[in-house]
Write a protein that binds this ligand. Structure first.
Ligand code: SF4
Ligand code: SF4
Length: 323
């Protein structure tokens, strides 16, 4: 039931037939890679968003938080749409990813399944088998829409040209943070061309992974103003952040009290003293932000790190995390 502070806007996600709320719940921030909220607490935050009209959740196999989402959607039937992602490039790998998602989320279908972090036409070609598997899964009703996520302008352009791709999840923010091969203007032009070609688009990293938190309202309003985006994923960790975002996305004034309480805490990458300098995180970081210091610990070049938290997924010592 709706009990939120504003009126949420809903949009068709391209030509998929899926109707999504303009605010998408980005669940990476709740996941073990970032805040690592206990399942009941994560579910409580997500349910508050559902009560406020949010009907779209973004996750990924990498985030290891299907249990949080399963708990949150219990009792909501198919009313909440879920997008997830996998790095699979072969058919058998993608089948494994789809089965895992269906079982872990206790669903008979996944609404949107994306190839995770595509860079260009070349990487898309390398994932051809996985993409074809998803297209077949869509015919069988196991997946409703197929797409890619990308940090690259070239990724958006490649997906626009590919008839098997219906949904694109690109990095976009007012400062261009995390766009690996261009700036905000180039990404906006690629997004415009994709929308004109009927692709469904929902943006990510609109707060620059946390770097734009100092003026979060301006960063969020910039993303809301991109009409080519059918939805915008925003990470939230508390029910007050949910209410703050719902108000902004519903065109309502955010009361000063709520703005102060939410008081967005800057985020940072933490490397614990027990880091063994194995270098796994350095190899995983596609932004090239990590290196091993002379004192034998991993460290980040802050100007390159977009606080995605993906390095945390490969650390055998649980020594690196976005907090
Ligand atoms: S993966 Fe973990 S242990 Fe290895 S260098 Fe990175 S932080 Fe250190
Ligand atoms: S250092 Fe970690 S959090 Fe920063 S961009 Fe690389 S993978 Fe992401």
């Amino acid at each position: 039931m709706r009990s939120g502070p504003g009126t949420m806007e809903y949009r068709q996600l391209g030509r998929t037939g899926l109707k999504v709320s303009r605010l998408c719940f980005g669940s990476l921030t709740l996941s073990p890679l970032q805040a690592g909220l206990p399942v009941p607490e994560a579910a409580r935050v997500m349910r508050r968003a559902f009560d406020c009209g949010v009907n779209f959740v973004d996750t990924a196999e990498l985030y290891q938080n299907y249990d949080q989402i399963r708990s949150a959607i219990e009792g909501h039937g198919d009313g909440v749409l879920i997008a997830t992602k996998s790095y699979a490039h072969r058919r058998d790998q993608m089948e494994k990813s789809l089965v895992l998602a269906l079982r872990a989320l206790k669903r008979d279908h996944i609404d949107v399944f994306l190839l995770h972090e595509q860079e260009s036409a070349l990487t898309l070609r390398g994932h051809r088998e996985a993409l074809e598997y998803l297209a077949k899964a869509r015919e069988k009703g196991l997946v409703r829409a197929v797409g890619i996520s990308t940090h690259h302008v070239a990724g958006v352009e490649a997906a626009t040209a590919d008839p098997n791709v219906e949904v694109i999840h690109p990095v976009i923010n007012r400062s261009g943070i995390g766009i690996r091969d261009g700036d905000t203007g180039a990404m906006l032009r690629a997004i415009r061309a994709a929308a004109q070609n009927g692709k469904g688009l929902y943006g990510m990293k609109v707060l620059g992974g946390g770097h734009l938190l100092e003026d979060a309202e301006a960063a969020l309003k910039f993303a809301i103003g991109i009409r080519d985006l059918d939805s915008v994923a925003v990470g939230m960790q508390t029910t007050l952040e949910v209410e703050y975002n719902v108000r902004l996305f519903s065109g309502q004034v955010v009361p000063d009290g709520l703005r102060r309480i939410v008081g967005r805490r800057p985020r940072r990458l933490l490397v614990e003293h027990w880091c063994l300098a194995c270098g796994e995180c350095v190899r995983r970081c596609s932004a090239g932000a990590l290196y091993i210091m002379d004192d034998g610990r991993a460290a980040a070049r802050q100007e390159l790190c977009d606080l995605c938290g993906y390095c945390a997924s490969v650390c055998p010592e649980f020594a690196i995390k976005v907090i």
